[in-house]
Design a protein around this ligand. Sequence first.
Ligand SMILES: [Zn+2]
Length: 283
Amino acid sequence: MPSMNDQKLWGELESIIVSYRRMVRAELHGRWEKWPIDLEKREMYEVIGALLARQVTFSVDFAGAPEIWNHHLAPVILRAMIDNYINLAWIFGDPLDRSRKFILYGLGQEKLQIEHYKSQLQADGRNEDNDPVVKSRESWINSQRYTFLTEVSIGSWSGIDTRTMANEAGCIDMYNYEYQAYTAASHNMWHHIGKYNLATCPNPLHRHHKAPIAPSSAPDLDYLFEVTNLVGRTFKFFDDKTAVAVDIPSAFDRLVQDIDDLGMTLEKTSDSERPNISHEDDG
Ligand SMILES: [Zn+2]
């Protein structure tokens, strides 16, 4: 990464990230500790808790992987995170019923995949009875002890599309302006690949046709801010819905402050020592 080659700066950024990862996990656990659990509705707490943890996983792993803070991969992560946010928001509209639907649909999908896998084993002339993958996946399904489990549903888990869910959950702006914006990258559409995976051929006789490229990109801090901010927004949404109040510093606020401080320190030293973090490709 030639545009971020100052080891000292990178080291400082790295320690900021280590601290972020620790703090954002503490935020998750703090909320879980403060949320009074009603075991009669355990599926609701488990689904909501797991969706919240999923959001934290995204940001913890993303923060630790600067090589994907770029327009090739960050939008794929961001779109999945917004999808997660919309699911969570929609579930809060009728938490117990929708959590159950969410579980039922997931179990149905898992059963379907096990069946596909068994068919593959049979086609390969292998015995499915003692297959460790089949055993492990089936035992996960059988370990589910929810009393409401009577049937397995196939189809969309919510019965409606993401746009309708976002609309019902009061986050249509997030769907329109963020989710949609990241769709091009997630679905590898022309308005993504045409910009990022083609370059004009240098041969003047070739009438400016384009040729495929797979460039690496320098880490872009804006994507780190977007991902970590999204977790902060998810926590805020959770707090508003559950009235859980935690006295834990925001990992996102701290990250912004730390990077800001780092920038200020850098300005006092020398411009040339600042990490060049931008949308520019490195080749
Ligand atoms: Zn050419």
